[in-house]
Design a protein around this ligand. Structure first.
Ligand code: 3PG
Length: 373
């Protein structure tokens, strides 16, 4: 993919519109996980250091939350960089952008408060484009959305990829057709969001191990009791169910009445909830990781946020210890890897959730396409 890097642009004294990926989990006004902020800070710091006048566009959540607490947390990753907070009034934002001095950064309010953002409305794109001279998209994690601040503005100004965007594409591209032996571990929930990716993975990976709540969908379709476990609206196709490269756990942990217990796939009862893969599975998949040259992992094996994190962490440690190149994505999976002593030169942590899944399925994203046209 031919992307022009922001390093090719002359930015000093220019107003640079930067679409950044700042959508982080916030609870009671506190940032719960600032991984995306630490990654987004690199391009912002670079531009400010070059003397650009930076106008940051970003979104948070789906209910019009304010980006202000995020901007404050971002400041901790950008010592010495003057950060100003704009609003959601375009006329005022235009004035603030025009008043910026070299090296200053203006963060606008949540893009999703601007009418027309999600519809990629032309007049909003034009108004956003008028804020600056050039556009840089660094929001890999948001680039599966064809929104005005991602796709619309890119079509109206000279456009470049930010440092994080470049890094993501460079590290995720080898995962499209990995070196063999290759292993994919796909966990988490919502089978329907992962089905297109799984269909592609079985074509390109030697083994595709399935974990998380997606296992419940496979077990249910195979006629096993899954009790009160989370299941998706749509289950796997007959082709995926019978695919020889797909491997399910051989044991599961269930929680029902009484303490959680490990059992065989046919051991869940009507009141049980499947909460993790069993340790026999964790050990066998660990041996696969050690045999592999390339490992892709997205999504946890268990209900991570409720403390059923044991086998996800077993695999995270195996990835950190093995010699395999690895690409890891999804909040819980990243959290598990971050607890290990992994080598960042070998293990890449993607900021993308849905964007990572879509990039690995299609090899591109609407936000990337807009940069290459
Ligand atoms: C994400 O967190 O996956 C991205 O920031 C996109 O957010 P969205 O799913 O609300 O569009």
């Amino acid at each position: 993919m031919e992307l022009r890097s922001v390093k090719e642009a002359s930015v000093t004294g220019k107003r640079v519109i930067l679409r950044a990926g700042l959508n982080v989990p916030v609870s009671d006004g506190r940032i719960v996980d600032d991984f995306r902020l630490s990654r987004a800070a690199q391009t912002i710091g670079y531009l400010a250091g070059q003397g650009a006048r930076v106008i940051v566009l970003a979104h948070i959540g789906r209910s019009g939350e304010s980006l202000r607490p995020v901007m404050e947390a971002l400041g901790a990753h950008l010592p010495g960089v003057p950060l100003l907070f704009g609003g959601d009034d375009l006329a005022e934002d235009q004035h603030a952008a025009d008043s910026l001095k070299d090296g200053e950064v203006l963060v606008l309010e949540n893009m999703r408060r601007f009418s027309g953002e999600e519809e990629n409305d032309t007049s909003l794109s034009q108004a956003l484009a008028a804020l600056g001279d050039i556009f840089v998209n660094d929001a890999f994690a948001d680039s599966h959305r064809a929104h005005a601040s991602i796709v619309g503005v890119a079509k109206l100004l000279p456009s470049y990829a930010g440092l994080l965007m470049f890094d993501e594409v460079e590290h995720l591209s080898p995962a499209l057709s990995p070196e063999h032996p290759s292993l994919a571990i796909i966990g988490g929930a919502k089978f329907e969001t992962k089905e297109p990716l799984m269909e592609r993975l079985v074509e390109h990976y030697d083994r595709v191990c399935v974990g998380g709540a997606i296992v419940n969908d496979f077990l249910k379709a195979k006629g096993y009791e899954v009790g009160v476990s989370l299941v998706s609206e749509k289950g796997p196709s007959a082709a995926l169910l019978a695919h020889p490269r797909i491997e399910l756990p051989s044991d599961i942990v269930v929680a029902g009445e009484g303490p959680a217990r490990t059992t065989t796939l046919d051991g869940a009862r009507a009141h049980d909830r499947i909460v993790d893969a069993g340790h026999e599975t964790g050990e066998r998949w660990t041996s696969y990781i050690h045999e592999a040259k390339f490992v892709l992992m997205n999504g946890p094996l268990g209900i991570y946020e409720r403390g059923f994190n044991a086998e996800t962490e077993v695999l995270a440690h195996a990835i950190a210890k093995s010699g395999a190149h690895a690409v890891v994505g999804g909040g819980d999976t990243i959290a598990a890897i971050q607890k290990t002593n992994f080598d960042p030169a070998r293990v890449f942590l993607s900021t993308g959730g849905g964007a990572m899944l879509q990039f690995l399925t299609d090899g591109t994203l609407p936000g990337l396409e807009a940069l290459t046209k």
